[in-house]
Structure formats: C-alpha cells, structure tokens
Design a protein around this ligand. Sequence first.
Ligand code: IVH
Length: 340
Amino acid sequence: MAKKAKPAGEKPVEALSLKEAKAEHVRLELQIEQHDRRYYQQDKPTISDADYDALRRRYEAIELAFPDLRTLTSLSHKVGAAPSGKFKKVRHAVPMLSLGNAFSAEDVTDFVERVRRFLRLSEKDDLVITAEPKIDGLSCSIRYEQGKLAVAATRGDGAEGEDVTANIRTIKDIPHELKGKGVPDVFEARGEVYMTKEDFLALNKRQEQEGKALYVNPRNTAAGSLRQIDPNMTAQRPLKFFAYTWGEASHPPADTQSESVAMMKRWGLPVNALMVKCRSVEELLAHYRKIESERAKLPYDIDGVVYKVDRLDWQERLGFVSRAPRWAVDAEHAGVFHRD
Ligand code: IVH
C-alpha cells in the first residue's frame, strides 16, 4: 500500500529524451494494465487510488509531450479491464466511459471555462452544473425492456462487460420492473453497486466470529460480492445501488441531468439525495467542501465529487474526448479524497 508511484528523482517529463520517454511509456503501460487487472478483474488492488492516479497522470503527461507515443492501442483510449471470462460477455450498446479529473480549484475553474468557451456562452448565459458524490463502488448497467429488468452488466473495459443479471436480481434496492409514467421501451439505468460502511463492518464482524479472513474495504467487497458465480452468495451480501446516468434509452428521461435523475427516482430506481445544482465555480467548490466535511458521516464511501453540465442538449454538443465526456469531471482536489 505504501508503494510510492512518484519516486524522488523522477525526471520531469520535459527533460526526457525520446528513447527514455518510450521506455517509460511501455513500463507505465504494463504497470497500469497490471493494476487494472487486479482492480477490475480480481477485486484486489495492491496500490492506493492516489498512487494509481499518479501513474496515469505521468503516462498522460508523457503522451502529451511525445504525441507519437499515443497510438491507437494507448491506454488513454481504454477504461477498466476486459472481462475476466468467469461470466458471459455483454457488449454495451453505448460505451461505459470514465471521467476526467480535477485536482484543484484551478482545474474546476478551467473545466467551467472550457465548457463556456466550447458552447460559446456569454457572461449573461446561465450555466447550471450539477454536483454529486462520486460513489466508491462498481459501475453497472441495468437494461430494462418494456419496463422489465432484462440484462445487467458490469462496466468491464467500457465496451464489453460481464453478464451479472442473476446477481443483480438479488439486490433488494434494484426494481425488477420500472413503474410510473413515461418509462422508455428500452432503458439502461447506469450507476454504482456499493456496500454501506455499516454493512461492511457487520459482515467483517461475522467473518471474525467465524474465524474467516477479513475483507479489505467496502468497494472491493461489493465488487467481489457482485461477481460471485453463485447468485445465492450475492443474495447474502448487503449490496445497494445508486442510479446516476443511463446508456441506451428509447428516449432520455428528461431535458436535464437533474430532472432525469428525479425521473429515474419516480420510476423506482434508487438515486443519491446529495445532488445539487450550481451556477458558479464558487458554488461548485462550496458544495465540494460541504460533501468533504460530511464525508466521514456519510453511510457509504465516496472518492470525489462529480460535476456534470445539467442541460442534456449541451452535453450532446460537448461530446467526448478519448475516454471521458467534455461535459463532466471528477473533482478530487489535491488528493483530499484519496485513501492511502
Ligand atoms: S457519471 C461518462 N456519476 O466513476 C461517465 N460516475 O470515472 C459518466 N462514479 O465509471 C459517469 N459515482 O463508476 C458518474 N455520481 C457519479 C459517480 C460515477 C461514481 C464512477 C463510475 C464511473 C467512474 C468514472
């Protein structure tokens, strides 16, 4: 856990020769891929999120300085890791992507300015951005057809995930049928499967009493629980779900992110209550600080705050760059949200 990703004496990227950059790029790629497999396939990470992010930042900085190294197979185009082979594979109709990071107040300001510039908004134009906790769990896509739960899949490498339908059906939080007005014929609810801190502690207490090995943290326990071959095992684990976005949909739930989440709630999906709408960088940062100060008291682990442009037509115009949307960002200011 204490492994340092940025050893003292690491050369600044600008000082690298092309040969050195190439060698480090390959080395980082192998390391990152290995950590991705441990995290996504084996649910057993061996470095902290902060150290992993440092590896990824260095990798991206090298590609920025030596653009020829960014080939089509670059990790910058990939998210997660390919499915492990334990489950049937499911191809996502709409890819499940990742988020860009904001590590400082300046990064958040840059994000807002970039969005404003891209959309050619003037000072007078209101730009509403939602802010919500980034849940530390396992992302899942749950497909409803004619309102009925049809298929559920993990993110996998973003293009293809694992079929965990039988296991998802055992989660009490997740409706087998969507109810209410306006449910689309096809709707893929996307969100995070997680375990509360309290349930995790109770589970570990039981393990201890039975003389069994203890689990490491709620996130990996949730991931391991969802990826049990036997759904009866999953059923015994207290998993929960928050829906925060969607994949394929015959029609979007509403015109904005916030109303869409409210609509998903009306259809019976569990959503996070801590989402707010902000109208300035100051409000975004204030909400970040609020969530940060309440973090220890929250019943579940979080690893940042996600900001999203509220208007869906603007999200569409903004689109995506490599593996992340231009309309959303994951704020983890100066690593405050990292566990080491
Ligand atoms: S929105 C296009 N909202 O973070 C991606 N993601 O790095 C839209 N996550 O794979 C994702 N909480 O597993 C979004 N409130 C939230 C989230 C959230 C956790 C995870 C999710 C995603 C990863 C992105």
